[in-house]
Design a protein around this ligand. Structure first.
Ligand code: FAD
Length: 345
């Protein structure tokens, strides 16, 4: 069977996690990154920056910090090295098109009218619908010297000749070699992992004004993403890393895990109406605890409750601790969500 093609925009922690989890389910991811290396914001922060989240909370659940990092709050360089090592360890680099900016995305194959008549996301509650694809328009940034502040682990060969320097092209190259041939990517699912200043980036990337308006939502409400991942009225698209938490790495990993299970058919999404009711309830919680900052969608105080929802969606027991007292008194962290047979339903 043909592997589903997944486009991922961004190679910060969110995009890398998305890539790794899509691979773990046998999908075919292609990551577009405007910079020349992985790491997102950690490639640019000043050297004196330190992680503000304690290290045990900011770690990949299957890739511990190296023993050489003894500090509880690692430095910018240590965080950057850790992220690069993760990408290298899971062999993610070969899936990334560096120096490649996604300038716009356009949904093709089904009309907006058709889409708006659905009562289920993608008309079936699942991530993919036959006939609909995302067209990804990229710009080759290889000659943009501003983007070469940090060198990546390697420079994968991007076929610049085919695109032309700083040229716009429709679709992307899937051959990855140095031939002139180019084939537009048929993207079954597109994941936006575009990071900082997320609301603006998420909105402006759409060609469709309707989708722009959907993604922006009402200024009087939080960004309308079900479980902070899916817009109920934009098909075949997911967002990872827009809404923040006490530990963004851990949160992005939970979201990628859930998205991978959704793609794998472990569960279906509820109806659009039910998702919108749920989002309205979520909006109320967000406003109650974050006051005027609700548009930043930080899930901080709701973190455990939010993770419980993700676990339930995947059919997992949200009580991850071993014992009643541990459940009551021990703090939760990324390692609690490593799937082990004894804690899975
Ligand atoms: C100084 C500083 C300290 C921080 N400390 C903490 C902390 O202690 N704890 C914590 O949880 N979080 C912290 N953060 C937040 C941090 O943003 C997250 O932890 C995390 O790194 C975000 O990762 P991301 O992949 O979601 O986004 P980003 O790291 O922003 O990555 C997004 C990537 O997408 C790429 N991209 C965007 N648009 C396009 C496009 N159109 N085409 C191609 N590529 C594109 C960008 O180049 C970037 O590489 C800190 C942030 C900063 C700046």
């Amino acid at each position: 069977m043909e592997k589903k093609q997944i486009g991922i925009i961004g190679a910060g922690i969110s995009g890398l996690l998305a890539c790794k989890y899509m691979l773990s389910k046998g999908f075919n991811p292609v990551v577009f990154e405007v910079r020349s290396g992985v790491g997102g914001v950690w490639t640019k922060t000043i050297e004196t920056t330190k992680l503000q989240t304690p290290k045990p909370l900011y770690q990949f659940s299957d890739f511990p910090w190296p023993s050489s990092v003894t500090e509880d709050f690692p430095t910018q360089n240590q965080v950057f090295d850790y992220i690069q090592s993760y990408a290298q360890h899971f062999d993610l680099i070969k899936h990334i098109r560096f120096n490649t900016k996604v300038v716009s995305i356009e949904y093709e194959g089904l009309s907006e009218r058709q889409i708006q008549s659905w009562s289920l996301w993608n008309d079936n509650g699942q991530p993919v619908i036959v006939g609909g694809k995302w067209k990804v328009v990229v710009e080759n940034m290889e000659n943009n010297s501003e983007l070469h502040n940090n060198l990546p682990l390697s420079f994968p060969c991007f076929p610049a000749r085919s695109l032309g320097n700083n040229a716009f092209t429709t679709g992307i190259l899937v051959d990855g070699g140095d031939t002139e041939a180019s084939t537009p990517l048929n993207t079954d699912l597109l994941i936006l992992a575009t990071g900082y200043r997320g609301d603006k980036k998420l909105k402006d990337i759409f060609v469709s004004q309707t989708f722009q308006d959907f993604m922006a939502g009402s200024p009087a409400e939080t960004l309308p993403l079900y479980r902070e991942i899916i817009h109920s009225r934009i098909p075949q698209l997911a967002v990872i890393g827009f809404s923040e938490s006490v530990s963004n790495l851990y949160t992005s990993e939970m979201r990628c895990r859930r998205l991978a299970e959704l793609l794998d058919g472990t569960f279906k999404l509820p109806s659009i109406k039910d998702m919108e009711n749920d989002m309205a309830e979520w909006d109320g919680y967000m406003k109650r605890y974050s006051g005027k900052y609700y548009r930043r969608s930080c899930t901080g105080a709701l973190h455990i409750w939010y993770n419980d929802q993700l676990c339930k969606d995947m059919g997992w027991n949200p009580k991850r601790k071993n014992g009643f007292f541990a459940e009551l008194f021990k703090p939760y962290g990324p390692l609690d969500y490593v799937p082990v047979p004894s804690t899975s339903n």
